[in-house]
Each structure stands twice: as C-alpha cells, then as structure tokens.
Design a protein around this ligand. Structure first.
Ligand code: PAN
Ligand code: ZN
Length: 183
C-alpha cells in the first residue's frame, strides 16, 4: 500500500517513480528564448511522482500520480508543464487540485483551445483527443493529482512541432491568455 501526502504532493512507498523537469529540459516550451537562456539551467520547474501498478500499455489499468509546479516565470510566461496528447488519442484523464492556483489549458485536435481555473478542490475531466498543460499562475507551488489509463501513453512530439493554441502570461493585474480566451 502507498501513502499519499495529499497537500504536500508526495507519494511514499515501494516502487514510486519520480521525475523532475528543470529549465534546461524545457528549451522549446517557453516562448521567450532570451529569458529562458538567462536562467539557471538547474532551476526546478516541476516534478512528478507516480505509481504504475500494472505494466504500461495494460488495457483497463490505471496510473496515479502527482505533479508539483514551482512558482516562477520565464519572461512573461508562467512556469508550466510540457503538455501532451495521449499517444492513444481516445484516452481521458482526471486532474484534481490540492494546493495552489493555476490554469489548465486544453486543446482539441483541430487546435481549438479552452481553459479551466485550478484551485484547491477543483476537479478537471480531460476528455480523449485533448492536449493538456498546467500553468502555475500563483506565488506558491501548484499541486495537482492525476489518474490516467495505463495504456494512454504520452505524445510530446505533436506539441513540440505545432505548439499549444494559447499561452498564459502575466497581465497587469491578473494572468492573461494569449490569444484572449474566456477564463
Ligand atoms: C500527468 C503529466 C504531468 C507532467 O501525469 O504527465 O503533470 O506533465 P507533462 O507530462 O506534460 O510533462 C499526465 O497528464 N499524465 O497523463
Ligand atoms: Zn495526460
């Protein structure tokens, strides 16, 4: 059995997998390349802990994980996850926010974008065929839990080539979507 630190964003127990993404791993993700290049390459942007109780690709299995996005910006753009479509496009996912404030960016395969506000207790259903990326717009870590099918897989290449439909940047008083989108 595993133990969750729900608000701290940690999973304790055997077989927990972990990864971290630093500034140096995210060169193609942020728009302002000069700002990206001026930052310490080892600056932590986000980390993920997750459990895979079945083998990857098991039809009908589920994985469970947590992501912690640090507060910060690259130029005007807030720290965020790389974002992806699922390799098996029809696979959906749940996200739920434990702590912090952010924006879930969603984009379908015809590049139509929408967004949902993330705040403690918010639950987000990500349908299949929908790219998803989380942006930390707050001053504290943004912690969210996720549950996704074992055979979903991650397609990062499509967004690497084509980018996301929208970006989230710091506005004068509140975060702003570019191009504008109803929050
Ligand atoms: C999440 C994400 C996690 C990190 O577990 O993988 O938040 O984001 P990136 O994978 O985009 O770097 C998920 O959506 N799994 O399917
Ligand atoms: Zn996903």
């Amino acid at each position: 059995m595993l133990e969750l630190d729900w608000l701290g964003g940690k999973i304790a127990g055997e077989g927990v997998l972990r990864l971290s993404r630093k500034i140096r791993d995210l060169e193609d993700v942020f728009e302002d390349h000069a700002a990206w290049a001026s930052m310490g390459p080892d600056t932590l942007v986000y980390s993920v802990e997750w459990t895979q109780p079945t083998a990857q690709d098991t039809e009908g299995g589920l994985f469970w994980g947590v992501t912690v996005i640090e507060p910060g910006r690259v130029g005007e753009e807030f720290f965020m996850t790389r974002g992806h479509f699922h390799a098996k496009r029809d696979r959906g996912e749940y996200y739920t926010t434990a702590q912090g404030t952010g924006i879930l960016l969603l984009m379908d395969e015809s590049r139509s974008g929408r967004s949902e506000q993330m705040t403690s207790g918010s639950l987000h259903y990500i349908p299949g065929h929908t790219a998803h990326r989380v942006v930390n717009t707050g001053q504290d870590p943004l912690i969210f839990w996720a549950c996704w099918p074992s055979d979903a897989g991650h397609d990062y290449g499509t967004l690497q080539r084509e980018g996301f439909s929208h970006r989230v940047v710091a506005g004068e008083s509140s975060p702003r979507l570019v191009p504008p989108l109803q929050l």
